[in-house]
Write a protein that binds this ligand. Sequence first.
Ligand code: THU
Length: 137
Amino acid sequence: MHPLAAVPLATVPADLLAAAQAAFDHAYAPYSGFRVGAALRGADGGIDAGANVENASYGLSRCAEQSAIQALATRGERAFTEVVVVADADPPATPCGACRQVLAEFGPTATVWLVSPHGAWRTSVDVLLPAGFVLLR
Ligand code: THU
């Protein structure tokens, strides 16, 4: 089964989409030119956003999803239920392999919404990362 289900844009949570789009607008991606914004809904209902922040030393660049997870954890939250990722890509930008592992730490079954000017899609962290690495049960 294909891991991404196309959905109407109207089904994407509007508050998370707005936060992810604002982060997308603030992305720092002068090297790749590929901006990404992400916004998570914490288990407490709070929203944490992140953008990709690149660096002249390319390997130090940080993905949007990981920036958002850092914000979530920094305010003491340890779980999220859903995440919206915004990028201008067709096919849509799915979280990279490293981001899937980082998302799974705090949202192993979270819903993942992917949005681009070309459409919206729904999937989940466990579908994107089956059998991810786990130490704590
Ligand atoms: N990027 C993200 O922010 N999230 C992903 O899941 C995939 C890739 C960023 C990293 C880099 O700044 C740019 O997109 C191009 O790879």
